[in-house]
Design a protein around this ligand. Sequence first.
Ligand code: EPU
Length: 422
Amino acid sequence: MAMDKILIEGGKRLEGTVRASGAKNAALPAMTAALLADGVTTIRNVPRLRDIQAMGDLLEILGCRFQMEEDVLRVDARGASSFEAPYDIVRKMRASIYVLGPLLARFGKARVSLPGGCSIGDRPIDLHVRGMRSLGARVELKHGYIVAEADSLRGAEVDLVGPRGSSVGATVNVLAAASLARGVTRILGAAKEPEVAEFARILQGMGARVEGAGTRTLTVEGVDRLEGGEFSIIPDRIEAGTFLMAAAITGGRVTVTGCVPSHMESTLEALKRANVQVEAEDDSVIAAGTAPIKPIELVTGPYPEFPTDMQAQITALLCLARGVSRLTDHIYPDRFIHVRELIRLGARITRIGAQVEIVGVDGLSGAPVMASDLRASAALVLAGLAAQGVTQVLRVYHIDRGYEQIERKLSSLGARIWREKE
Ligand code: EPU
């Protein structure tokens, strides 16, 4: 694999308008929903990302036909013939576990490689297993695989309350499996993320009977079959939030269009507390950085709380606040690999367990840094936009997993940012 790096010459104020892409984390489950259809599923507004390609590869391994043109993706699942998601794909993309429920519903069998840990920490699967068992599946962990089997799935009460709150992935898997189960399923402690609500709406569009989308309790009445359909993916609230932070960290002014401000309330609220001017309109948000950035205290949590997927980016912003900020990630208590890299750029951060203390500094200075995961790379790019001199972000393939053409989008706002071979 050719490795790219991103170079940023910091210190330019970002100005202008940028459009949010479709949400990676809504598109990935939508692609797995296609596995349930007795037909062709068309999905629009799909971002062109490595993770989307990886999920497409997985669908092909499972026997589907997969095609992507511009931002439109087609999945024909009629020929699906395999029920195994191999390690080779799962280790590259944890969202592969989202095929567990659909495979079990479709084949009565599923073999999905265990995800293991990753650079953001543990990725447990107990809630996925509990969910499938509640619907009557036998589930075993064997040879590094989750092996699930059910002669027929039966609707049931499924409790998905986990030690760290709700689980997006487990909710998606249970929703998928319950849609084709016999009888009624009630999911308690469901995730309320907009991407989960979107998944429920997509299933409804395919003929599923789901109630309560966007709430803690979902009710699913199983049907015999689901049809393909045509869907459009919601905007990426994390990408949009990242651009707002780019405005804030450079003292610039950026309008993000094509987004849903109501999906981003906790992020907008945090930015306001940090003294960033934020104005939300129907489908756009304007952020303007005003000096000084103020320190804040922040805790991540399940939606509608502050998203763990914005934690690294706001850490970068708070490096330049006037005062001491404290930030706790309860969702992924080990998601702090960016901290060491930010320190190389001149940040003052100390970590104790799941909390970091950020002592604001007057400026950052460019240096080579290493991207370790998707959101960490975004944080390093943000820091680079504000740093004096040139920042090189190495192993940038991580960022291509989840940000569509990030350097082009930031260039269009006036950033000096470009890509080179490593
Ligand atoms: N959890 C359990 N047991 C489980 C599953 C999860 O304890 O069986 C815990 C996790 O350890 C975590 C919490 O529950 O503390 C939430 O995990 P969740 O299952 O909700 O996460 P996920 O479905 O694996 C999605 C996103 C992540 C995002 C998380 C949290 C996709 C494809 N991935 O993952 O996105 O961080 O929700 O919001 O939607 C990213 O885009 O960079 C990313 C990592």
